[in-house]
Design a protein around this ligand. Sequence first.
Ligand SMILES: [Zn+2]
Ligand SMILES: [Zn+2]
Length: 406
Amino acid sequence: MPKLYDGWDLRKVDLPPATKLYRLEPVGVGTPLVESLSGHFKRLSSIHCLTPTHLFRETVGPLLAKRYLHTESPGAAIDCASLSRSFSVRSAAINSTGLMAAEWIRTLEQLIVVPNLRHLTLRPWSHVISQRHLIRSHLAWCPCCYHERRLKQEIVYEPLLWFIQSVTICPIHKCRLRTKCSKCKRALHALSRCSEPGYCSECGAWLGENTHLQQPAVGQTADELAWQSFTIETIGKLLAAGDDQSTLPSSTNSLGEALSSLMKSTGKGLGHLAKLIGKPKTTVWGWRNNTSRILLADLLRLCFCLRISPIDFFQMEGNSNRQHRQFLKTQPSAIQRHGRSQRKPIEKAKLQRQLRAIVERKKPPRSLAATAERLGVDKRVLYRHFPELSRLIASRGAAVRGISKQ
Ligand SMILES: [Zn+2]
Ligand SMILES: [Zn+2]
């Protein structure tokens, strides 16, 4: 009796589109510890046995709108051949809400055909949250997380949560996040020529350590831990929501609409809200009229007072809630001690010396904003206290940018 075999199925197989790079799935999607886009790019380099520099040169660099790859030198060529130092300094911005994040998302989605890389950045919140004081300029990490992940043979990666300035403590181990390599004492950029998650990009040292068992929550007061636990939980919910359109503010008017609803339901005015979270009334007016975006730290303070998450805050349209009225009467004590931003006193004489030195340099800075960032102050502070020097730096920066674009 001859054995009969099944016939061949000659229908066309529905093959997924070919991709230039391996399709590397991000870690932790839909959880508070979702991976960051810069960390994902490093892992992507690593699985291709390339450094971030090589992967960038071969794939991402040529596809990007390259405006921000200009070096600061007047008339300098675009540094597409490598991750230049001037780019590395700003590379954490690819995890933020701005244009740079949008360009990297578009390019990487195109290269590895993984949809919705937006949720590896804060881009989903770009309609309402300001870029200012949002993302750290350098890496922060929990040495215990690295240690445990390697011990358990899990993927070593860089969560987006570690990049957020308001987060200073690891949500798992409650230890303070590190910002400098314990071996070479250097701060590390989000992306640099040879970087890999878990290793120092300057000296190559392993950044993991089993320290939390000996020193739990060292140097942290109960208040700081309480504020951090609220901050981490709230931001965690925001990151876990990812790109879920039903929970995201849908337009640049969402902030104003949410505030209007809040004022209507509580019967409180702008002045009350401003006083509650320690901001000038004009700032809250800007949010209400959608002329400015809110700092993440201010949104946290507001949500702390209302005992709700940012997601619920932006969905409270027309919701008359007595609880909110009750909560808005008093400011919680923890916010008074830790939630409020600690304004540093301005050292005017020192700043003036630094600005004069910058003006006298042969190589002018790229912009006043870049100068302000380097000096650790707001651009508006420079304009307020040193209007002439600020205008001079701004106009020279504009001239330099004009030259380099030509
Ligand atoms: Zn940890
Ligand atoms: Zn190092």
